[in-house]
Design a protein around this ligand. Structure first.
Ligand SMILES: [Mg+2]
Length: 382
């Protein structure tokens, strides 16, 4: 093994898994016929390879020279450079999780221990993603219960609020209080072509009152991510109902605004989209110390689920996170689809926990054969 480690190369490849039938994501007005994945591999001079995945990383080649030749274990330095690249270009955060995976492989330690070692397991919630008719949504809830999940998230955004509420009421009637229910309003951001305005405070409050009556655990993204005044007012007026958000919030100062203005009960930054593991491990502790919940968004492939599971289990555990998002919804969003870049999918146990091992880094192997077969020049949803 080398005495002094150096980063020698960063490789970025794109892949697209064909989806037949398509995945009609509730937050996307166009059914998805492909599931893109971009894989980042960071090599060192001793033969270790750290792996990350998240955004498409277009244009990152221009910035690789700021990493090649550097000490892979200088994680805080790399996180600071990535913050600068975030300002100049797109979201480079898969590089951060790849570097943590690489550092774990060099040090022979799992990332959950490197970030704090609070716990190696984290309780999850089943995160559904399709607007189905009432009877099928009830079936989704029944299946989540049978699989041992303690909680289920459903998506709002059907043509009328009454339809959304009808689904939620039917699920509550079926499962009683055996499942906690979360509602994602998906008003924080939009797909590129979708120019519909987000909800305003008045509408969000009306919905919040209905969710309170159905004992919903949290209401997610009821407003645009930057509507700090709206969030603070909603949270004050919807007392008792937890307000969640922040999955596409990017910068530390934005989270500071949300924290100091009292806008959120539940903070959901995703380490492969914002600030990286290195930037979020301190925020996680700050959020929980302030009496709030820290539980990342994880929608994407299993590498992102794992990176966020290590971050969350290792820093705040289930006591600080309550539940971590586990995307799963019928054949449209199966484990085989979600985790196709991985040799083994990220599973939960019979109580809905992800159990992280002592394997170094993020503890997964790539399905190189399937990645070869799904190789692509682009990473798009259609
Ligand atoms: Mg969400």
């Amino acid at each position: 093994m080398a005495d002094v480690f150096k980063i020698t190369k960063i490789e970025i490849t794109h892949h697209q898994l064909p989806l037949d039938p398509p995945f009609p994501a509730s937050w996307d007005t166009q059914p998805r016929t492909k599931f893109p994945a971009t894989i980042v591999r960071i090599h060192d001079n001793a033969g270790h390879v750290g792996i990350g995945s998240g955004d498409a990383m277009y244009g990152f080649a221009d910035y690789q020279r700021y990493f090649v030749g550097e000490d892979p274990l200088a994680l805080a330095r790399h996180n600071a450079v990535l913050s600068n690249i975030e300002f100049h270009a797109g979201r480079p955060w898969p590089v951060d999780s790849a570097l943590w995976d690489l550092a774990g492989k060099i040090l022979n330690e799992p990332v959950w221990k490197m970030v704090g070692g609070v716990s190696n397991r984290i309780r999850t919630y089943a995160s559904s993603g399709v607007h189905r008719p009432v009877d099928q949504m009830v079936e989704v809830a029944r299946r989540a219960l049978e699989m041992g999940f303690p909680a289920l998230k459903v998506r709002f955004g059907r043509p009328s609020l009454n339809e959304d509420l009808g689904v939620l009421a039917a699920i509550r009637a079926e499962v009683g209080n055996q499942l906690e229910l979360m509602v994602d309003c998906n008003q924080g951001w939009r797909m590129p072509w979708d120019i519909q305005a987000p909800w305003n405070l008045k509408h969000a409050l009306e919905v919040a009152q209905e969710l309170q009556a159905l004992s919903v655990y949290w209401m997610e993204e009821p407003l645009h991510r930057g509507d700090y005044d709206g969030y603070a007012a909603l949270r004050k007026q919807a007392r008792g109902l937890r307000i969640a958000g922040g999955e596409m919030t990017r910068e530390p100062y934005e989270f500071r605004e949300l924290l100091t203005r009292g806008g959120l009960d539940v903070f959901q930054p995703d380490c492969v989209c914002s600030m990286g593991i290195g930037g979020l491990k301190d925020l996680a502790v700050q959020v929980v110390d302030a009496g709030h919940i820290f539980t990342p968004h994880t929608w994407g492939n299993g590498i992102g689920v794992l990176a966020n599971a290590h971050l969350t289990a290792g820093t705040v555990g289930t006591a600080g996170a309550h539940f971590l998002e586990y995307p799963l919804d019928g054949e449209e969003w199966s484990l085989a689809r979600r985790d196709y870049p991985l040799l083994e999918p990220v599973r939960v146990d019979a109580e809905g926990y992800i159990n992280l091992t002592d394997a170094p880094g993020l503890g997964f192997e790539l399905n190189e054969d399937l990645l070869r077969r799904t190789h692509s020049q682009v990473a798009t949803f259609a």
